[in-house]
Design a binder for this molecule. Sequence first.
Ligand code: N2P
Length: 361
Amino acid sequence: MRHQLLTMTATIALMAGAAAAQEVRVYNWSDYIDEELLAKFEAETGLKLIYDVFDSNEVLETKLLAGGSGYDVVVPSGTFLQRQIQAGAFQKLDKSKLPNISNMWDVVSSRTEQYDPENAYSINYMWGTTGIGVNVGKVTEILGPDAPIDSLSLIFDPANAEKLAACGIMMLDAPAEMIPAALKFLGEDPNSHDPDVIAKTEPVFMAIRPYIQKFHSSEYINALANGDICVALGWSGDVLQARDRAAEAENGVEIAYNAAKEGAQMWFDQMAIPVDAPNVEGAHAFLNFIMDAQNMAAASNYVYYANGNAASKEFLVEDVIGDPAIYPSEEALNNLFTTTPWDAGVQRTVTRLWTKIKSGT
Ligand code: N2P
């Protein structure tokens, strides 16, 4: 009897193991893939894909550092990845299971090494900039034809923000990107880790706080497309998706994206495998699938973000590879900055500051 019970337990455990092995759980940013690729992955591999989305590095980080997230693949931005690697959140990639890694683009890989030396833990999924999305018609109607639609002053100058408040301003709920933008507006180092310098952004945000409708990192896509807001400090591809949604709706809304002329943040979103991933084999299968040149091109063609895959370039549509807002020129690249992760102490200061800014008190 005892023996039988043990056997049964072992059988159930085996079955559970087998069931888990059939599933791959991926946690990616919202509005960040062509969903046809998800079905294609399942058809090609026979694995069941569970695909969840988030819109905040901080939310992802909380799950990862708590452990037991249950995910096999996650997609933090480079700065967050770097400190998560240091915290032991990821496992090294088994590159023998990633033949498509030869498709990757050295120009991007050499930059992501800043966060992940030798790219031992991650592959680049996409990269982009943080900048200004505008409803051109409404903004020029309010501020005139010379409206500074490519300048941080459009939002951070309270005189402009006050006038634009009626048509609606949204800002990312992403302190690691909004604070560097405010520092840039002040002419400070956007990558400052000095709490006294970072504190200088508080009055900048407080002066425009009454004019910000919402801090949110994904609602602004539809809000821009529908004409519910006229300005967003957001992510390049998201604003371009809003532009397309408006065009498809034929609602007369014209959306444009500009990286701020003062300088804009460039970031890299990296796919990595949590140290406690239930299906490591499946995670590698997903990464390899994503690094296929045509799959990666299909994703970029759909979401308007550049990727780190050199072989995908020949499959990119002209609207993507030929758009300097997505693949910036050499000169434009020189005007982009990157940041490095804040240590735990600075991060606490920032979190407190950001809570205060959002609450407006
Ligand atoms: C996709 C946003 C991804 C860019 N909606 C943020 N790193």
